[in-house]
Design a binder for this molecule. Structure first.
Ligand code: PEP
Length: 254
């Protein structure tokens, strides 16, 4: 089974629509001569910049993701944005359950499960983020915690509906800290996630799901991470904010 590498930038709360447009034009310029189509590229963009980003990406290998969604299609939910609104703005994927949303905005596994269902319903590729804290890792409870996040996030969801799922393993202690998980730790954890999927679904689904690593991925550590059997891509925060460093990550040597 070959899983096509997927490199996703998560811009968090950075970049106006004009900045998004300029970034994508520059990234396209940098990729024009170097891009290899054995990999895919996605940018996770703030809501107000989605439409400009999607327009700037037309005709390029870049697809656009949102960073959150509400599970209802519409309603009295002040400040929320729905799946149909995201697709209308040009998003084709959505990041769900990022640790910043879990820690700062109260996203629970139950909400994440509803968001995942909604993303699938509205044809958005869900990028489900999981990750343990340093405390969980230190005390040997990382896999237990990740197993619970998987079970609750995927509760009631079955194949083939789940087929587009992408999972990003992002240890909380590695996000924005400069402290990357070692390739060995990341690989062991990805292997655990794939085994969990095999046990709860089936081998062919588990084998096809792309598992991305996220947490201080940089141009100089991406190749080593991507070299691991069960690492199929990267979710990149800080290093996706400059076209040059994100282009270097996209162009990692295989
Ligand atoms: C992220 O935002 O998902 C992330 C992994 O950030 P960073 O690459 O900056 O650690």
């Amino acid at each position: 089974m070959t899983r096509k590498p997927l490199l996703i930038g998560n811009w968090k709360m950075f970049k106006t629509s004009q900045e998004a447009n300029e970034f994508i034009n520059e990234l396209r310029r940098q990729l024009a001569t170097s891009f290899q189509d054995d990999r895919e590229v996605t940018l996770g963009v703030p809501f107000p910049s989605l439409e400009a980003a999607a327009q700037a990406a037309v005709g390029s290998p870049i697809t656009i993701a949102a960073q959150n969604l509400h599970w209802e299609a519409e309603g009295a939910f002040t400040g929320e944005v729905s799946g149909p609104m995201l697709t209308a703005a040009g998003a084709r994927a959505v990041i769900i359950g990022h640790s910043e949303r879990r820690q700062l905005f109260g996203d629970t596994n139950e909400w994440i499960n509803k968001k995942l269902s909604a993303a699938l319903k509205y044809s958005l590729t869900p990028i489900l983020c999981l990750g343990e804290t340093w405390e969980d890792r230190k005390t040997g409870r990382a896999f237990e915690l990740l197993g619970r996040q998987l079970a609750e996030a995927l509760s009631g969801l079955t194949t083939p509906t789940l087929v587009p799922l992408v999972i990003a393993y992002e240890p909380v202690w590695a996000i924005g800290t400069g402290q990357t998980a070692t390739p060995k730790t990341a690989q062991e954890t990805h292997a655990f996630i794939r085994q969990w999927l095999t046990a709860h679904y089936d081998h062919s689904f588990a084998n096809a799901v792309r598992l991305l690593y996220g947490g201080s991925v940089k141009p100089d550590n991406v190749a080593q991470l991507m070299d691991q059997t069960d690492i199929d891509g990267a979710l990149v925060g800080g290093a996706s904010l400059k076209p040059d460093s994100f282009a270097r990550i996209i162009n990692f040597d295989r």
